[in-house]
Write a protein that binds this ligand. Structure first.
Ligand SMILES: [Zn+2]
Length: 319
């Protein structure tokens, strides 16, 4: 996708002069064709969402899918995708234009696990395109939503595609290697969430790789926030995805105070209609002097853990 920032970056006087010079020098049809192909190839490379090689032992990319969530995690040759965004009116467009091209640009041919945190459109919408287009081993979801039409649709697509389905809840641990595992912290088996409380039923995941720990929270809200971290050593969490796109309603000072992260991540769309993230949320973490990475301002954000060192890369600070 071309955003304004990227367009401005490409549309410099120098680049325009260079193209004009190349155009004038292409004085034969063969040279002209070569030039067209060259420019097309350059555009494809530049416009892919920051495609590049994986460089960390562990990488988690919080992808800029507008208003929604999508996180790709790669470690020890295993790949996990958590949600795939989903805009109103066009639920699969961000999966088709951002998530899937990003995965393919890394040369990844198979997703070991796809997780849907809960069946709201901005999380589940893009997964239909992902299951359609990519090879997926296992789909994991929580089975406790009263109205689960979307979930049922995704499950039947998984069946059509011969994808394994796993129902998960608190206490389940998914081990990918000696280093890399995902523990489900919430909801509990047997919990039921009605239409008005689907967010509370978000899967909360403690993702660990060697000594690195990260928490993803979906749209976790309300009383479930406390339950989700009971028993978790919150001080160990280096990267915390703030619940529910950092909404003002998810603000909970006592809950935040349990953590001492190096960075918090907010997945939300620029100028979104919900006003995410809340001013109160941003202010809290600024006052705590914790780095805030926002997909609306900084684009996709990569969390990279390599040789015991944690670093962050955004579309903004990428070379
Ligand atoms: Zn959401």
């Amino acid at each position: 996708m071309i955003n304004k920032q990227m367009y401005n970056k490409l549309n410099t006087k120098q680049n325009r002069r260079l193209l004009l010079k190349l155009y004038k020098s292409a004085n034969t049809p063969a040279k002209m064709l070569a030039l067209v192909l060259l420019v097309a190839a350059a555009l494809v490379i530049m416009l892919l969402p920051n495609s590049r090689q994986l460089t960390g032992d562990f990488e988690a990319a919080f992808l800029d899918v507008g208003q929604g969530d999508s996180i790709l995690i790669c470690a020890d040759d295993r790949t996990v995708l958590i949600d795939a965004g989903g805009l109103h009116g066009d639920p699969t467009v961000m999966a088709e234009q951002v998530v899937i091209p990003y995965i393919k640009s890394l040369g990844i041919e198979k997703l070991d696990l796809v997780v849907n945190t809960h069946p709201d459109n901005d999380h589940i919408g893009g997964l239909f395109a992902v299951l359609d287009d990519l090879q997926v081993d296992t789909l994991a979801m929580f089975d406790g939503y009263e109205d689960s039409r979307k979930q049922q649709q995704l499950l039947s697509l998984a069946e059509d595609e011969n994808i394994n389905v796993r129902s998960v809840a608190a206490g389940d641990v998914l081990e990918f290697s000696d280093n890399f595992k995902i523990e489900v912290l919430a909801p509990e088996y047997g919990d039921i969430f009605d239409d008005d409380h689907v967010n509370n039923g978000s899967l909360v995941l403690h993702i660990s790789y060697q000594d690195f720990d990260m928490l993803t929270t979906g749209d976790l809200q309300g009383w479930e926030q406390d339950a989700a971290i009971r028993g978790l050593d919150c001080a160990d969490i280096e990267v915390l995805q703030l619940p529910h796109h950092g909404s003002k309603n998810s603000y909970d000072e006592d809950w935040y105070a349990e953590f001492n992260p190096q960075a918090v991540i907010i997945s939300c769309g620029i100028d979104n209609e919900y006003g995410h993230p809340g001013q109160n949320v941003v202010k809290y973490w600024q006052q705590e002097q914790v780095d805030i990475y926002r997909t609306d301002y900084q684009g996709s954000c990569r969390v990279i853990y390599k040789d015991g060192v944690l670093s962050f890369e955004t579309a903004e600070n990428a070379a």
